[in-house]
Each structure stands twice: as C-alpha cells, then as structure tokens.
Design a protein around this ligand. Sequence first.
Ligand SMILES: C[S@@+](CC[C@H](N)C(=O)[O-])C[C@H]1O[C@@H](n2cnc3c(N)ncnc32)[C@H](O)[C@@H]1O
Length: 331
Amino acid sequence: MPTAPDSFSAWIARLPQWHGWLQLSPERPYAHAEEEYDNQYGVTAPEPEDGEGLCNLLKTHGVDTRGPALEIGCGTGRLTYGLARHYPGPDFLVTDPSQTFLRITQTQLGDPAAASTQLHFAMLNADDLGQLPPEMFSVIAMRSTLHHILRVEEFIAACGRTLRPGGALVMGAEPVESGYVLMGAVGQSIAPVLQAAGITVRPEWTRQINDLTDTVKFYCRRDINKKTAEDKHLFREHEMADLGQQHGLQLKFFPNAAFSNYVAPYVPEFETFSHFFLNYLQFCMLYDAEFLELIRRHLKPQLKYLDDCYRSHVGPTITGVFLLKKNAGQA
Ligand SMILES: C[S@@+](CC[C@H](N)C(=O)[O-])C[C@H]1O[C@@H](n2cnc3c(N)ncnc32)[C@H](O)[C@@H]1O
C-alpha cells in the first residue's frame, strides 16, 4: 500500500516512463481503431464545452480544486480540452491505457501555454487506481469511461482513498440501466413493427437489431465474465449512492445531463428519449440512414408515447452526471 508522498510533483517525478509517457499501468490499446473514434461520433473539432461545464459544476457544488486533477480514459480529449483550459488547480494528469489515445489528445490540446494548469500524461488502467497515493487528487474526472472498468466497486473505493477531503469524482455520459433496457425493449419491437407495415427487414438490419438488443442484455447482466469485453456495465443511481457512501463519497446525480449543459446558456442538450435513442442507433450502433428513417417513421407511436410521459420532467433516465464528493475534513 503506497504511502502519501510529500507532493504531487515529487510523486510524478518518481514515476517510470515508457515511450515518453509516464507509466502507471501497462499499455492496453482500445478495442476499436482509436484514429477512427472521432469520425464515428461526428466530432470534427476540439470542443471546450464539456471540460468547461465540468469546472462550472465543481464550482457550483463547492468542490475544493486546490489540488491536482486526474482524468481517466481521456480518449481523443473531448473532456480534456476544456478541462485543460478551465481547471483552476495547479496540475492536471491526463491518462488513458491506450498510448494512441494519449498521443491524439496531446496533439488535440495544442500549445501547453494555452492551458490554465500544468499538463502531465500517463498510461493508466483504472483497475490499477489502488496504487495511487492517498489524498493526492482534488478531482477525478471521466466521461464515458466507468462502464469500461472491470471492477467498479474496487474502483470507487480507490477513488475514495486517493481523493482529498472536499474533492470529487465526477463522471458523465455513463449508461443508466433503466433507460438502456428500455432502448433494448424498443429495439425488440423494430422488426415486428416494420413487418406489420409490409417492409422487408433485410438480413443486415436484423443483424443491427440483434446488435442493439444483445449489447443491452450483455451490459445489463451480472452473471457473465466481462474481462475481455470493451464496454461492460450499466449503472443504477441508488447503487452508486450506496457505493459512494461506503467510501466517504456523497452522490449528487443529474439525470440525463451532460457536462456541456453547465456552460452558458445552460440549455439541456438532452431533450427526449426518442432523440437519444435515434442518436444512439446512428452513432453508437452505426445504423444506416435508410434503416434509421424507417425506424423514425414507423416507431413514431412507441417513441411518442415515451416522450409524452416526460413532457415536463426529465426522463426516462438513460445517462447523466454523477458527482461524488468526498466529505471535507474526513480522514
Ligand atoms: C468511450 S471512450 C471515451 C473517451 C473520452 N473520455 C470521451 O468522452 O470521448 C472510453 C475510454 O476509456 C478508456 N478505457 C477503457 N478501459 C479503461 C480502463 N480499464 N481504465 C481506464 N481507461 C479505460 C478507453 O481507452 C477510452 O479512451
């Protein structure tokens, strides 16, 4: 069990290096081509909103940001870019297990002088978080990464330990069980609805439907060994609250919010179930345009029903921001 070092800079100076990166874990490439990641999600330029929004959220909730920040699973830098420009603390350790992602993010960030904080880059697999020094980081930030981590309970415990009192673990764009299972259930009805409308469901469309429904079921189940899978889990708010509580972290959950919602003009980007569902089919499941249009047209009653249930309040919960704040003054 590592002991607390004198300072972040002393700790970081002692870390081994591998191919120019600080090394906290062995390299682990992403399961899909890293260079294609932004194309798949339609990202064309660096976006500061997510990181800036996260920093606004930290401020609003009184998170103590006087110490270093750690980002886990930076990918192509979608959250990193704004965090590097807005994090008020002295240091920002950007990490990913993939050195290709680290390189893409470092390039994306551009001139380090544009950053508000000192940048550092390390290879880190979150399953190794237990080796980080206790009470080192003020903030642990992640976007769309928790569901990739094998041992979530151990991970939250390690976060509780390496966070400083008054600091926080902040996670966005994570899949919530209730909304994902609903997406799977709506997916199950695509083929019968199209067939009833006299449309021939092509074999590649059947494969795409199965891809959605099998994926949701795989994420949801807890009786499967997910060690070798890239995406692994769905989350439940009350379980996250209990888990946080066990490790000195108090949960504030913002249903269906994205970090970018916390940037002026503070308009929630997420609107309806149908909006999320159709985007998910397009960008995550890569459904083709013709198939998507058929789904949009013929499943309108089912999608409208769900949207109508939530005309004046947020829901169903499909994703959201989890802010787990460590009690100030706690040992
Ligand atoms: C869906 S991508 C999200 C990337 C980026 N945060 C974003 O919002 O675009 C998931 C990221 O988690 C990283 N990842 C996967 N397994 C991980 C693990 N066990 N520990 C840390 N990062 C992991 C991947 O390399 C990838 O960068």
